[in-house]
Design a protein. Structure first.
Lengths: 398, 263
């Protein structure tokens, strides 16, 4: 077993990561890094985080043996890590609770965030309501159109949602605008970045806070089956649920780890969000990672049915784990995800988020190739209520 | 070439009692064909150097005006490669230093070594990279040095004092003092703390200090100019050229450089 200690003190995961931001933001990143390093070794912070994760978020989430799905697929025993059962309906709140506590520790009173599907925006607005922090969420206008209800949810929770119209009007553009806003208000504002992307220390902080998923899974699967799983599958947009799930298993080399990207209309078309599968190395939003870009280094638009996977970058740790081969990355099309969305709803009575449906789709293929005495865990990162209207429209189009 | 050329021209301007003025223009905004003429026009107006922006799809340090200019440049096909080729084909090398302002990704994608070499060939004297802080600059510093390209550093109002001094010490040609909290674009006024900030930089910088971001009028240029060596004006210049108000550009440059004579 090899020891895994990424990132190093400069925020590098192998050749990926780092801090590529304007000087204006550097002191805030250094302050955040220091605050985080102190907090994670402070028993009081840890106790407080656990308190809110248990009493407010509802952790631990179940690891559910999907017996019906297992029978239907035929192959490995399929388990679902039920992050959809968290308060606010997705894994995003694991991160926002922790970062809100860090905001308070740094004596800041305001929070800015970006959101794609709206899940991170809702999770941020929620903790800001809880801890009485002022909250501004930037959201692309295309995403606002796709996720109207989440906009209303954020507003109900007291957040201000600002529409971003330039670029493709999606997560990338919302992130640009959140970074610009942060630069203008850095003295009293913390940026709660929602995925394992961005400049160091964000990829590390988000991973550590999301690692609760993998830690619980590790304990639960051993309790239920007496051994570690043979494979784990999770979806990857920026990659926060997947890195949180994978991280506690990185040193367990017998466990196959698979990250599933969005292939949109297909990875051989121009319309996909398969950053690792099809992208190349570059710098976006403060980090060196894999990107979708043209031959001149201009970032191109990502496409996916799922707003949460619709991002032309990916967390630097995923790029590293791809380069070392520890994690295998695959891609699932919109249509395959839609089929899995319906299948899980019908077979198990669980409506998954479209993001998570990508993981389900791949897992159903993989499980079929595995033996009945093997186990496979799917990270069910969120619930699909937010996507029901969009899926209905899409199915009616066909 | 490069650093020496910037230093020499700046000294000439300062010896003549002028404040330094650097306009920012977006390469390809209005088409690359007008670039040579525009550079000559600015040179004749009395600028100390020209900051030439390379368009990027995701310019996080820029406000709406420069974002829009970048989009216009990209939509008429401007790329780093095209700009470098174009500069190389100028009839005569511009008599004013050319300084690239580019985000990291277009040059990373181009290849950092190749970029530095091609900058030298194209007669680019200096480079400003707004998303490359001190901690990450080793990835390009050597290549720029090898090709005599001045590596101009940016300092911000949030930088702690020791960090400001370290950045000033490293900067080549001049020090770019970001003088607002936020992105590029016109501001009504600069606060009192900006003056104290510029005074601190001026006391500690071995190279000239120029204030940039948010400067859009002769009055602001004159006011800030008493606390540093000159100003960089971006959004306002981009806007004026876009509206074909070239005469206004000239007035802004001339009004701003004369402060040294008056004061």
């Amino acid at each position: 077993m090899t020891t895994y200690t990424m990132p190093d003190e400069t925020g590098r995961f192998g050749s990926f990561g780092g801090r590529f931001v304007p000087e204006l933001l550097m002191p805030a990143l250094l302050e955040l890094e220091e605050a985080y390093e102190q907090a994670k070794n402070d028993p009081q912070f840890i106790e407080e985080l656990h308190y809110y994760l248990k009493q407010y978020v509802g952790r631990e989430t179940p690891l559910y043996f999907a017996e019906q799905l297992t029978k239907e697929v035929g192959g490995a025993n399929i388990y679902l890590k039920r992050e959809d059962l968290n308060h606010t309906g997705a894994h995003k709140i694991n991160n926002t609770i922790g970062q809100a506590l860090l905001t308070l520790r740094m004596g800041k009173k305001k929070v800015v965030a970006e959101t794609g599907a709206g899940q991170h925006g809702v999770a941020t607005a929620t903790v800001c309501a809880l801890f009485d922090l002022e909250c501004i969420v930037f959201m692309g206008e295309e995403d606002i159109r796709r996720q109207k209800l989440n906009v209303f949810r954020m507003e109900l929770l007291g957040a201000e949602v600002r529409s971003v119209s330039h670029g493709s009007g999606t997560l990338k553009d919302a992130t640009n605008e959140a970074l610009r806003y942060w630069a203008s208000n850095v003295n009293d504002t913390h940026y709660i970045l929602g995925s394992a992307v961005g400049p160091h220390p964000f990829p590390k902080i988000v991973r550590d806070l999301q690692s609760v998923i993998g830690k619980e899974t590790k304990q639960q699967i051993v309790e239920q089956t007496g051994k570690l799983p043979d494979a784990i599958v999770a979806c990857v947009g920026g990659g926060s649920n997947s890195i949180g799930m994978f991280h506690p298993f990185i040193e367990e080399e017998a466990v196959k780890l698979v990250g599933v990207e969005a292939a949109g209309a297909g990875i051989d078309t121009e319309q996909h969000a398969a950053t690792i599968t099809k992208g190349s190395k570059g710098i976006l939003h403060g980090t060196l990672s894999n990107l979708l870009q043209d031959e001149n280094g201009q970032i191109t638009e990502a496409f996916s049915i799922s707003a949460g996977l619709d991002y032309p970058g990916v967390g630097p740790e995923h790029s590293h784990l791809n380069e070392t081969g520890r994690v295998h990355y695959a891609a699932i099309t919109d249509d395959e995800a839609l089929d899995a969305f319906q299948a899980l709803s019908r077979i198990e009575g669980i409506i998954p988020a479209l993001e998570s449906a990508h993981a389900v789709a791949y897992a159903m293929k993989l499980a079929k190739e595995m033996k009945p005495d093997q186990t496979l865990v799917i990270c069910l990162s969120g619930r699909g209520d937010k996507d029901v209207e969009q899926v209905k429209d899409r199915l009616e189009e066909k | 070439m490069g650093k020496e050329r910037i230093e020499q021209i700046f000294q000439e301007k300062q010896s003549a009692g002028q404040k330094l003025f650097i306009p920012y223009i977006m390469a390809g905004d209005g088409g690359l064909d007008i670039l040579e003429e525009r550079i000559q026009f600015l040179k004749d107006s009395g600028v100390a150097a020209i900051e030439l922006g390379i368009p990027f799809s995701d310019p996080i340090a820029d406000g709406p005006t420069i974002q829009a200019a970048g989009q216009r440049a990209l939509s008429n096909g401007t790329s780093l490669k095209a700009v470098l080729n174009h500069l190389q084909n100028f009839e005569a090398k511009p008599e004013v230093p050319i300084i690239f302002m580019t985000y990291l990704n277009p040059i990373y994608n181009y290849g950092l070594e190749k970029f530095a070499a091609d900058c030298e060939k194209a007669g680019v004297d200096g480079i400003i990279i707004p998303d490359l802080p001190m901690e990450e600059e080793d990835m390009i510093a050597g290549a720029l040095r090898a090709h005599s390209i001045a590596f101009i550093r940016l300092v911000a109002m949030t930088s702690p004092r020791e960090r400001m001094i370290e950045i000033a010490k490293r900067s080549e040609g001049f020090l770019y003092a970001v003088s607002v909290m936020g992105t590029t674009g016109a501001r009504q006024s600069h606060g009192k703390n900006v003056k104290a900030y510029l005074d601190t930089l001026k006391e500690n910088s071995p190279v000239p200090v120029l204030a940039g971001f948010g400067v859009s009028s002769v009055e602001q240029a004159n006011e800030l100019g008493t606390h540093c060596d000159g100003v960089i004006v971006g959004s306002k210049i981009v806007d004026l050229f876009h509206q074909r108000q070239d005469a206004e550009v000239r007035k802004l440059v001339q009004g701003s450089i004369e402060v040294g004579v008056k004061g």
